[in-house]
Design a protein around this ligand. Structure first.
Ligand SMILES: [Zn+2]
Length: 235
């Protein structure tokens, strides 16, 4: 627009110059009396002035536009935002890289992987599309899940083994106690008692009923022979 007014201004200027030399050339209307230098100045001078002002107004406007652009640094902000966005993406990418060889990942890196995933989820969908090594992160997560499952399984097996071991210890202890009790009973039953040839009782040594005869046997043997304890000496 500005260019057009400059052009028209120049045309008017040329017309004025030519018109001052020869008014007939530029004033092509009206009677011969009207084709004067005064009219040349009147028409083309006004035109010049008009276009000069218009040129000024329009160039002023565009200056103002430029000025406005400077005052509203939306472009710069957007650029900065883009930089920040790029940095976030680059950070996520480098964090994924920092996880190292995914095949060699260990459960100790679980927290790191979680942190990377959290950082990734903070990105917007456009940024996410720029994370070129996302598959590594996904893979790391899958790998950790299977590692955790293995560890849980191992722990379960160990727990079961431990439980079985404890049960075995308890059983052994119970058996030991049982055999000890049995032994005690046997020991108890194995002390020597005395029977007589005809009597149905067995006796302690020194019982008055042993005056006739006195045969020493173990208590268990006496019981096996069908003898019962004497009520007097209470063997
Ligand atoms: Zn007796």
């Amino acid at each position: 627009m500005e260019g057009l007014f400059i052009l028209l201004f120049v045309i008017c200027l040329i017309a004025v110059i030519i018109g001052l030399i020869s008014p007939n050339v530029v004033v092509r209307w009206g009677t011969q009396e009207e084709k004067t230098r005064k009219n040349v100045l009147k028409y083309y001078g006004i035109g010049m002035l008009l276009f000069f002002v218009l040129t000024g107004v329009f160039s002023g406007n565009s200056d103002q536009n430029i000025e406005q652009d400077k005052h509203v640094p939306s472009g710069i902000t957007a650029e900065k935002a883009t930089d920040n966005k790029d940095q976030s993406v680059a950070m996520v990418i480098s964090k994924i890289e920092a996880l190292g060889d995914i095949n060699a990942i260990t459960l100790e890196q679980s927290e790191d992987v979680k942190a990377v995933r959290a950082a990734y989820e903070l990105l917007d969908s456009e940024q996410k599309s720029f994370v070129t090594n996302l598959t590594s992160l996904n893979w790391a997560e899958e790998k950790l899940v299977s590692l955790q499952a293995e560890r849980d399984k191992e722990a379960a097996v160990q727990a079961q083994a431990k439980a079985e071991q404890e049960l075995a210890i308890q059983q052994a202890a119970a058996e030991k106690q049982e055999s000890a009790e049995l032994e005690t009973v046997q020991v108890q039953d194995n002390y020597t008692v005395y029977i007589t040839e005809t009597g149905e009782k067995y006796h302690r040594d020194g019982c008055q009923y042993l005056r006739q005869s006195k045969i020493s046997v173990s208590k268990s043997d006496a019981i096996n022979l069908g003898k019962t304890p004497c009520s007097r000496c209470n063997p």
